[in-house]
Design a protein around this ligand. Structure first.
Ligand SMILES: Nc1ncnc2c1ncn2[C@@H]1O[C@H](COP(=O)(O)OP(=O)(O)OP(=O)(O)O)[C@@H](O)[C@H]1O
Ligand SMILES: [Mg+2]
Length: 282
């Protein structure tokens, strides 16, 4: 435990922007009963970089986020995931969190009976392997809340219980601010937000990000990328990254949709396309 903490502290001081942080190599993965959702994903997120991952419904974006975090039930059949050069495939979710990995869920869970404040304190203490005294934590939390415009009333409530869609997303960013991860995976943190909330959440992400942090931003819409400029945009269809490019790729997608990309992925997947590739919805 102490070893992880020391290693994390050392990295905080010595890590440099531009260093490879998350490396995914030829990742094949899925869930029980469907082990072929991801069919060879490779990407490298360097410190200080924001990568946007876009793709149609059912292409495997959330699956990738769960596999990165090590969610039980998900299985990797081939490939590697390295975080700071360490292979994390055998590590449990909490061990990955201690090494600085963070996932904001597409559908944040409710935790009845646990207040946001208590949850955040427990999560931070567990992730950092270090007890922050309650008073110090409250001061720390208050700073983050002010930065993100989150009210006292909200953090006194039970986690996500009765929160509106937008409040849940804002709460995920508060969690990210409190955990201070090295690598953040944000799964559709922008979905279901009204225009003002979208700006608040996007600006929150920018405020929380540092030049040493890596961000993988999963999104359907170019809108959030008006506030957060990605370094690289990836298009995921049918479990494969079929194209990567600069921020312009997101605007292009907004205009053209995924149809042309689906053709590409269909060709690449020709060997097994008949068997398991579902067509687009009518
Ligand atoms: N537990 C499961 N059992 C069977 N199939 C699953 C399971 N979980 C995911 N899938 C399938 O894997 C595919 C990828 O799902 P995933 O949730 O990763 O898509 P996504 O890209 O996040 O989509 P969206 O944009 O709608 O959030 C889908 O076809 C989904 O139905
Ligand atoms: Mg999803």
């Amino acid at each position: 435990m102490a070893k992880t903490e020391t290693a994390t502290k050392e990295r905080e001081q010595t890590a440099k922007p531009g260093q490879a942080l998350l490396v995914v190599e030829d990742l094949h993965a899925g869930v029980e009963g469907r082990d072929d959702i991801l069919k060879g994903i490779s990407l490298t997120v360097r410190r200080g970089e924001v990568h946007a991952l876009m793709g149609p419904n059912g292409s495997g974006k959330s699956t990738l986020s769960y596999v990165l975090m090590g969610r039980p039930g998900y299985r990797v059949t081939k490939g590697r995931i390295l975080l700071n050069g360490e292979d994390i495939l055998e590590l449990k979710p909490d061990e990955r969190a201690r090494r600085g990995l963070f996932l904001a869920f597409q559908y944040p869970q409710e935790i009845p009976g646990v207040s946001v404040t208590n949850f955040l304190r427990a999560a931070r203490n567990a992730a950092k392997d270090q007890e922050m005294p309650p008073l110090q934590f409250h001061k720390f939390l208050k700073e983050k809340m002010e930065m993100l415009g989150i009210s006292d009333e909200m953090v006194r409530r039970y986690v996500n219980q009765g929160f509106s869609g937008g409040e849940k997303k804002r709460n995920e960013i508060l969690q990210m601010a409190v955990l201070e991860p090295e690598m953040a995976v944000l799964d559709e943190t922008d979905s279901g937000l009204d225009i003002d909330a979208l700006r608040a959440v996007a600006e929150g992400i920018v405020k929380v990000s540092t030049e040493r942090m890596g961000v993988l931003l999963i999104t359907h819409y170019q809108r959030i990328l008006n506030y957060i400029t990605p370094d690289i945009v990836h298009v995921l269809t049918g479990g494969r990254i079929v194209r990567s490019g600069g921020p312009d790729l997101a605007s292009e997608l907004e205009k053209t949709g995924y149809d042309s990309f689906k053709e590409t992925s269909g060709k690449e997947a020709s060997g097994d396309a008949d068997e398991d590739d579902r067509g687009p919805l009518p």
